[in-house]
Every structure is written in structure tokens, then in C-alpha cells.
Design a protein around this ligand. Structure first.
Ligand code: AMP
Length: 504
């Protein structure tokens, strides 16, 4: 027997679920935990440690411990440990391999096929990298689905009534907003938006900066980020304080960085929830614009949203819940465990594909527009964002000069009007165009997005014989700064792009 897995490959934790007796069930790992830290470390001998074993020794072995690798998926970031270099996919594959082995041990069955979730806002490169991580771990990734969609699937699988559901997913590293309509077993994603560079880690970072400042002020000692072990210890203290402040209005922070017999290096301070919220107010505000954008893309007012579902550990922060209430005018729904709901939804999707879950059909959308670079450096959209997938769409282009027999097709993903500001997915060359006056040849560029949100592009010269096609793959490099810049700028710069467009 083999089982199909649903895996939530999170920034901080990874969770696996399977369908048992028709219902999703979380599988505990070899340590007896339902959540496996998404941590990988290498001992000085080069042996990999994964999960809690890696997380526990992080402070003592910080420069050989890798945390939050998900933030770098699809980028050219490399992790250097000793003399070896790893891609983000390789690091992620260590986590997936452990999850697979733990499930197999727990169930006594093989688990070779999996549905893996990604943030809705992941672009093509990040999705392909996730699929590759699965393959490296020996898993056949039968589907990639969006995390908020998975959450809605887990939440809605038993419901008969129609709902407009807004899902806020704030994890360790990413923020996603999704709006879905659920009804009669059909889950239609109406709109997605988000910020692929906002999450609980940023809140930790704010507290770390504050604590480092206090440490310097009160103890006269600088904690530099290059001091890996001290920085890691600071990170752990900051995360713990953040989590405690979700329960209590004050917390005691004890920092002891390094050894000192006279105890001078210890710092004890009381942190209030108010102070924490003051330090992170701008991070909270960052959630507003993507939420408004998703509502407007879905054509819905806040009062048409029946249910607000919170997913991801960081939505436990009271300020996040208060913001949801303010923005959407209703109490967020919290009866599902935000840490487990995504993996459960992934297992349901695996069950649908396997035929053991019969009730649900899932209609997902592409999170970013796809197109090509047109004359003058403009971005010509072929498939607009929020189009249901799978999708196939073509557009006819022509030549810019007389007797032009070839064109370069530059494939892009993003929302900016100028090609240069969007994410470059790849470039290919089409020749064999008959020599004709400019504007006469017809070149058809066709985009296909598969059910995983992965893009295939082909170009055909309709008057000649030639066709060129590429599958856009994750080998194309993209830095996380680029992703951050593109996503952050997409909302704010429409006017500026419009002005530039006019001038061209
Ligand atoms: P996820 O990626 O969904 O596992 O979310 C992980 C993030 O949620 C991390 O930044 C955690 O520190 C954060 N988190 C977990 N529990 C809490 C809590 N009770 N209060 C605030 N943040 C939390």
C-alpha cells in the first residue's frame, strides 16, 4: 500500500497529514510532535540534522544551521556550509525526506506521492523550486496548491452553505490573503494577494533589534549580527517573548549572552504588549493594502465576506486579530488550529486526486499576471492575475522593423506596466519569420499555466513554419531582494508606470 501525503512545507514548521477513514489526520513525527521545525543543520562531521534536533542546537552551531529556507526558494541564494554549497531546494529536500520517512514509520506504508502547499503569492520560480525539492526527497509531487486555498478546503469540506471566505495567512515568512467562494462542494478562488516578505520572523527581528539596543544601553555591549551564536540566542528569546505576549500583556525577558562570572552580561527586562505593538505597528499596517486589493479584485465589499479565517502561527497575535476585526467588521473564525489546517487541506486535495474524497472540486487562480516584453520595454499581459488555472491564452505580436526574421521572446510575471520591473522568467529566440514589412508577420505567443501554477510558453510564427517553446523552470536565478521589490512595488507604482507609458 502507498499513501498520498499532504505537506505544509512552512517557513518555520512543516506538517504532514493523510486521509484516514475519509478524514484528514495529522501524522506525528519520530519525536512524537505534530509540527516538525523547518530546520536543517550539519554537524562538524557534515552529518545532517533535521527538525527539532537541528533547531535545538541552533544557538550553539548557528553558522551550520539553516532556518527559514523557504524565504529563498526560487532564488539564486546558496547556503554555504564548510566547503559545500546547497540550493534552497536541496535544504528543503532534507526536511521533506524526514517527513516522508516519519510518515512511513508511523503508518507502516510507503508514502511516495504528495500534495505540497505554497504561499498563494509564490511565483512560477518558487513553485518550480518547491516541486524540485519534493523530487529531490523522492516524492512525486502530484499537485502544488496555495496554502490559503488548502485552509479553506479543510474548513469547508463539510459545509453545504455558500460562503464568501477571506483567509489571512500570516506565517513565519509570508503573508497571503485569499478570497474564496465555497458552495456545493466547489471551492472557487476569487482573488489572491499578499506580501512574500512579511511574517512572524519580521516581528522577531524587530524585537531582536530592540533587545540588542537595550543590551547596549544597559550593559554597554554590542551584539553584532556577525556573532552568530549570540544572534541566534537573541532570536530565540525574541520569538519566545513575542509568543508569550499573545497570551499575556507583559513578559519577562532574560538575556544572557556569553559567560560571565559576575553576571554583568545578563539583562533582565519586562516587555509589555503595548511596547511590542509600538515596535511593530508598521509591519501590521503592511497587511492592509493586499487585503483591500484582494477585495477589490474579487469585486466584494468587506460586508459581503461571511467568514474570516486566520491561518499561520503569527495570526495568534492579538494585534493581527484586532486588525482583522477593524478591516472586515467581523470576529475572525478561530475554531481550526492555524498550525495544522493547511496540511489537512493538502491531504484533502491529495484525497480528491486519489478519489477517496469525493465531495470537493477546487478552482484555483494564478497570483500574478503573465506576459511578454513588448516594444518600448512595456509589459504586454497575456494572462491577467486571478485567472482560474489551468489556463491557456494566446496573443498575436508582430515585428518592429522591416524584414525582421527573428524575435526574442522575454517572458515575465508581475503587475508593473514596464517590463523591467517585473520578474523575468526566461527568454527564448524564435527565427524563421518570413522577411516582410514591419507589422505584417504574425507571431502567436501562447501561455499555458498548469494546475500547479507552473508556466509553459510557446511562440509560433503563423506565416512561417517555426515554433519555439519553453517550460519556465526554476534554474533561472532570482534574488529574494528582487522578489521583495517586485511584490512591494506592484501596488504602489501603477501611477508612475502609467506616466512612463504615456511618455513612450
Ligand atoms: P507558521 O509558518 O504558520 O508555522 O507560523 C510560524 C510563525 O508564527 C512564527 O513566526 C512563530 O513565531 C509564530 N507564532 C506561533 N505561535 C505564535 C503565537 N502564539 N503568537 C505569536 N506568534 C506565534
Amino acid at each position: 500500500m502507498t499513501v498520498e501525503l499532504g505537506i505544509d512545507l512552512g517557513t518555520t514548521y512543516t506538517v504532514a497529514a493523510v486521509i484516514k477513514d475519509g478524514r484528514p489526520q495529522i501524522i506525528t513525527n519520530a519525536e512524537g510532535q505534530r509540527l516538525t521545525p523547518s530546520a536543517v543543520a550539519f554537524t562538524p562531521e557534515g552529518e545532517p540534522l533535521v527538525g527539532q534536533a537541528a533547531k535545538s542546537q541552533a544557538a550553539a552551531n548557528a553558522n551550520r544551521t539553516i532556518l527559514s529556507i523557504k524565504r529563498y526558494m526560487g532564488s539564486d541564494h546558496r547556503v554555504k556550509v564548510g566547503k559545500k554549497e546547497y540550493t534552497p531546494q536541496e535544504i528543503s529536500s532534507f526536511i521533506l525526506r524526514k517527513v516522508k520517512a516519519d510518515v512511513e514509520r508511523y503508518l507502516g506504508e510507503r508514502a511516495d506521492r504528495a500534495v505540497i502547499t505554497v504561499p498563494a503569492y509564490f511565483n512560477d520560480l518558487q513553485r518550480s523550486a518547491t516541486k524540485e525539492a519534493g523530487a529531490l526527497a523522492g516524492l512525486d509531487v502530484i499537485r502544488i496548491i496555495n496554502e490559503p486555498t488548502a485552509a479553506a478546503l479543510a474548513y469547508g469540506v463539510d459545509r453545504e452553505d455558500v460562503h464568501n471566505v477571506l483567509v489571512w495567512d500570516l506565517g513565519g515568512g509570508t503573508f497571503d490573503v485569499s478570497i474564496l467562494s465555497l458552495g456545493q462542494g466547489i471551492f472557487e478562488v476569487r482573488a489572491v494577494s499578499g506580501d512574500s516578505w512579511l511574517g512572524g520572523d519580521d516581528y522577531d527581528r524587530r524585537l531582536m533589534d530592540y533587545l540588542a539596543r537595550e543590551y547596549r544601553r544597559q550593559r554597554g555591549i554590542e551584539v553584532a549580527p556577525v556573532d552568530y551564536n549570540a544572534w541566534q540566542a537573541l532570536r530565540e528569546v525574541a520569538e519566545k517573548a513575542k509568543i508569550e505576549l499573545s497570551q499575556d500583556v507583559t513578559t519577562k525577558v532574560i538575556l544572557s549572552l556569553g559567560n560571565s562570572e559576575d553576571g554583568l552580561r545578563n539583562l533582565e527586562l519586562t516587555l509589555t504588549r503595548d511596547k511590542f505593538q509600538e515596535l511593530t505597528a508598521d509591519l501590521l499596517k503592511t497587511m492592509v493594502a493586499p487585503t483591500r486589493e484582494a477585495l477589490s479584485d474579487a469585486g466584494l465589499d468587506p460586508n459581503q465576506i461571511d467568514r474570516v479565517v486566520l491561518v499561520g502561527g503569527a495570526t495568534r497575535m492579538p494585534a493581527v486579530q484586532a486588525l482583522a476585526r477593524d478591516l472586515l467588521g467581523k470576529e475572525p473564525y478561530r475554531y481550526i488550529n492555524p498550525d495544522e489546517v493547511v496540511a489537512m487541506g493538502a491531504a484533502i486535495q491529495a484525497g480528491i486526486l486519489q478519489g477517496v474524497v469525493k465531495k470537493a472540486v477546487l478552482l484555483d487562480v494564478t497570483p500574478l499576471s503573465l506576459g511578454v516584453e513588448a516594444q518600448g520595454g512595456l509589459f504586454a499581459r497575456v494572462i491577467p492575475r486571478n485567472t482560474p488555472v489551468p489556463a491557456s491564452e494566446g496573443r498575436i505580436f508582430t515585428t518592429a522593423v522591416d524584414n525582421q526574421t527573428s524575435v526574442d521572446v522575454h517572458v515575465l510575471q508581475g503587475e508593473r506596466e514596464l517590463a523591467l520591473y517585473n520578474i523575468s522568467l526566461g527568454e527564448f529566440h524564435l527565427d524563421g519569420i518570413p522577411p516582410l514589412p514591419k507589422g505584417v508577420p504574425k507571431i502567436e505567443v501562447v501561455f499555458d499555466i498548469d494546475v500547479d501554477g507552473i508556466v509553459h510558453v510557446s511562440a509560433t510564427s503563423l506565416l512561417g513554419e517555426n515554433t519555439q517553446a519553453i517550460e519556465v523552470v526554476s534554474s533561472k536565478t532570482l534574488s529574494h531582494e528582487e522578489i521583495e521589490r517586485l511584490v512591494a512595488e506592484a501596488n504602489s507604482s501603477t501611477d508612475e508606470d502609467g506616466d512612463n507609458r504615456e511618455r513612450r
